[in-house]
Ligand binder design. Structure first.
Ligand SMILES: *Cc1c(COP(=O)(O)O)cnc(C)c1O
Length: 345
């Protein structure tokens, strides 16, 4: 058993000749651009943006310690999640395996693409065993979805088990690291050399404070990146997003400061929640949210809505009965939440 990309990519995608745009054909600087039927007025918005976003990737490569050739940028993480299905999974034939509970988009995208989605329940500590995931797979399993730190549970998955999956599975393994900035562990993106079947996802939506610009990142081998580049929309990241990303990347120190404040707030919010009589448990979190088990999740949720405070009710999610997912806010927001909860009876 060995990973061979050609065996995993859908045959039509492997054979696909991608759309060649004007920006692909001529690269470099010129003084007169008459190749793309653009309007010559209204700079800079009149020009099609760089389809491969090299300026953003160059800065990102430095910040992340990953070569720019190993990066794909997308319209949020939503785009690489969908691209993975379209690249690797034959509708109605192939399947994927994922931990449960986890982020809902993996299942939604599976359903949109008519790909069977197999869930493997985590244990009571929200940990998983590589063996149980591998057992759920068969010859038609192309992709495994892992999320670490996991949403909505907040914990990091065991690195040793992730590596066992990467070594034991000859399809593609996605590790979604949307919350990695809030964890003290190193990113799996630093281990791309060791794992040819690894795709790591990160996003500008959480620690980077840029959910509105829709920018997601995938880190993988140059071979996998080439397949995903072939099927993405040519100009999938618009220039406003690229400009804002460049600005943020020049200010990475600010992001570090936000993260350190939010981690401190997470810790105090954790103790404040535990001190409430109706809070049964607060799960350990490496993310910017806490999962709290309470006596009556629906009642607490409705009460907070009445006070103008919205948390996420995860009561009906696997293993999360009685749980609310609470995002760490500013100090003032967290104090407001706790004060209202103190009057809940
Ligand atoms: C929030 C979140 C994302 C971010 O998705 P975007 O499309 O980049 O905004 C990705 N994965 C997980 C697990 C998340 O919780």
């Amino acid at each position: 058993m060995a990973f061979d990309l050609k065996n995993i990519v859908r045959p039509n995608i492997w054979a696909l000749k991608p759309y060649s745009c004007a920006r692909d054909e001529f690269k470099g600087e010129a003084s007169v651009y008459l190749d793309a039927n653009e309007n010559p007025y209204n700079a800079p918005f009149n020009r099609y943006p760089d389809p491969l976003q090299w300026a953003v990737k160059e800065k990102l490569a430095q910040v992340k310690g990953v070569a720019k050739e190993n990066i794909l940028l997308g319209n949020g993480s939503d785009e690489p999640i969908d691209l993975v299905y379209r690249a690797f999974c034959e509708p109605g034939v192939d399947n994927v395996v994922a931990i449960d509970p986890t982020y809902g988009m993996y299942k939604v995208c599976a359903d949109v693409n008519n790909v069977e989605y197999r869930s493997v329940l985590l244990d009571d500590d929200f940990c998983f065993s590589a063996e149980s995931l591998l057992k759920a797979a068969d010859a038609k399993t192309k992709v495994m979805w892992l999320c670490s730190p996991n949403n909505p549970t907040g914990n990091s998955l065991c690195r040793g088990e992730i590596e066992k999956v990467l070594r034991g599975f000859d399809g593609v393994v996605i590790v979604d690291e949307a919350y990695m900035d809030f964890s003290d562990l190193p990113s799996m993106a630093l281990s791309l050399d060791k794992f040819p079947n690894l795709i790591v996802l990160q996003t500008f939506s959480k620690a980077w404070g840029c959910a509105a610009i829709r920018l997601g990142m995938a880190f993988a081998s140059t071979e996998i990146i080439a397949v995903l580049n072939k099927i993405k929309y040519p100009y999938n990241v618009n220039i406003l997003t690229q400009q804002q990303a460049l600005k943020m990347l020049d200010n990475a120190q600010q992001v570090k400061e936000w993260v350190s404040v939010l981690k401190a707030e997470r810790s105090s919010l954790n103790s404040e929640l535990l001190a409430l009589p109706f809070v049964k448990k607060v799960y350990p979190s490496d993310a910017n949210f806490l999962l709290a088990k309470v006596e009556d999740a629906n009642a607490v949720y409705d009460y907070l809505v009445g006070k103008g405070i919205i948390v996420r009710n995860r009561n009906t999610v696997s293993l999360c009965a009685g749980c609310l997912r609470i995002t760490v806010g500013t100090h003032e927001e967290n104090v407001t939440l706790i004060n209202e909860l103190k009057s809940f009876a």
